[in-house]
Design a protein around this ligand. Structure first.
Ligand SMILES: [Zn+2]
Length: 166
């Protein structure tokens, strides 16, 4: 079967790359845990609860290419389960806790911790994917606001700061 393309592919038509150093792993995860852009740290990562913005408003970095999927809820369930489980065992074994306190306190505490942690943990997962070039973060990031640009021609090798930094 022959597939014809409507336009010729020109390898020299590649857009010029920009030598921009990617934020390292821990700072990128910390910035995005604080719901900031993992690249520049200035723009907001989320437009509303758990919904990432399409682009960073400060540097233009594409933010919606992540694949956080179910990993943030797994992390939150693991952490909150251990905290609340420990507290339930400690209080129920050590004190005579009234039933109405148990019925209201533990579900409320669980829901509160989940609501508090889910978005920052999703941000940290997005920061991890950004720093390790996973999924939608494989392309070189745009220059940071106020940073001096260094254009690289299509025939030049990739900038050293842009290769495999974690
Ligand atoms: Zn940004």
């Amino acid at each position: 079967m022959l597939i014809e393309t409507t336009h010729a592919i020109d390898p020299s038509a590649e857009p010029p790359r920009v030598a921009v150093e990617r934020t390292r792993l821990i700072p990128a995860m910390a910035l995005s845990f604080l719901c900031r852009c993992p690249h520049c740290g200035e723009g907001k990562l989320f437009g509303r609860f758990l919904k990432t913005r399409p682009h960073c408003e400060a540097c233009g970095m594409k933010l919606d290419g992540h694949r956080a999927d179910d990993f943030p809820p797994y992390i939150v369930i693991f952490v909150v389960g251990h905290i609340v489980g420990y507290l339930i065992l400690t209080f129920e074994m050590g004190y005579d806790v009234p039933l109405w306190v148990s019925v209201t306190l533990w579900p409320g505490l669980t829901l509160g911790l989940v609501a508090l942690l889910l978005q920052p943990v999703k941000g940290a997962v997005i920061g991890l994917q950004y720093a390790t070039r996973m999924h939608g973060f494989q392309v070189s990031p745009p220059p940071r606001p106020g940073a001096e640009e260094t254009r690289v021609g299509p025939g030049d090798p990739a900038p050293a700061a842009d290769i495999g930094r974690v």
